[in-house]
Write a protein that binds this ligand. Sequence first.
Ligand SMILES: O=C(O)CCC(=O)C(=O)O
Ligand SMILES: [Fe+2]
Length: 405
Amino acid sequence: MQGGFLEKAISKEASERSKELEAGKKEWEEELLETSVQVLAELLQENGRRAKNDLERRVRGGTGVREFKGKCCGALDDPTPEAEQDAAYRLIEEFTRPSALRDMAGTVMEWAAEIFGNVKRKGAAAGQTMDAETEVQVMRDVVKECLIRHVLKLINATNSGAHAAGSHDAGLLATPQGYTAGDLENLGVDCIKGLMEKGYGIQEDFLSAGLTEDVFRELEMVDFDGKLSAVAQQKMTGFRSDKICWVNFEGLDREKQPGLLELFKKMISLPFELNKKCKLYLQASGSFQIGCYPKQAFYKKHIDGGYEAKLNNGRKVTAIFYANKGWGAKDGGELRVYRRRPNPYQLEQGAEEPKEDEVEEDIAPEAGRLVLFRSRDVPHEVLSTARKRFAVTLWLPGPAGPGDT
Ligand SMILES: O=C(O)CCC(=O)C(=O)O
Ligand SMILES: [Fe+2]
């Protein structure tokens, strides 16, 4: 009987607390562990999966999108095929299957017992006592809450990667089901295929010609207003000579920057679209770099991210939009993309490390063009430009591993 089990767990916890203090982490008896797993699984499913839906809502919450489709936070009994494809859904399933519950049962039950003990003590101090039935109900609620929080923590850790900068919140996962601001159809098959296989993809006409012209004018104004500055250290070392500034969606002027407003909206949707179509587990981001390359400016060969602790800044995909109309061969300033370097996962599968980087393609920064590449795998540079050149970049964070082979 569940009630009996919970009471047993609570009193066992109390009686073993002193032992635990001496002996360190308590070993859960096999039988108790099995029952715990059963209880946790039941708690997730009871009342029409209320706890599981709550967990799902919290995983999807804070993704940067404001609204949710009814299906993802309402009663979701039979997942739709789309749900089955969805990154958040897969993570939740992974972390609530019996073997995962088994791994976490001890921690969750101990945590719950501790909280429950505190609640009881506070109640007793205030002269309130619970009857047995209420006690079990309260304990169940506490266990449920501890379970949800623990799973959220695990999902967060998996998704953000151990070293992903600025992505310590489980809510950052860009779950396509929670995205209602557009149709998530801004990228063609070739662009996505390129990104997944060659490591980079190009999308022409990402924004309409009219809006792209607005973007160009607005970027000129950003420059004119003196908002851009050189990255001092890198300029001094002769590594890059562009000027940049960082802008958030919220930082745009709705009246004066309609082009950038539309562009940012579309670029913010990129991780949602990519997660819908590939298993990259990208996170939402809204922090844009505006880059201006004055005449003669360049950015030498580099990689935007990496795998080793020191090099892993969390960036998984780089998205760059250009707004420079009528770019010709004489203008220079191309984005030179080198062949994708085999990453640790591919090396493990026998891929060969190249002796040197080979040029794959020189991409002109032509108006309306969006380039996506794998931040950890693709060396690139900006060749010296003969004409002033603008670029708007968004880095999409994500864990190393999924979709990397
Ligand atoms: O502007 C470009 O085309 C690329 C810039 C770049 O590589 C960077 O900012 O990391
Ligand atoms: Fe770069």
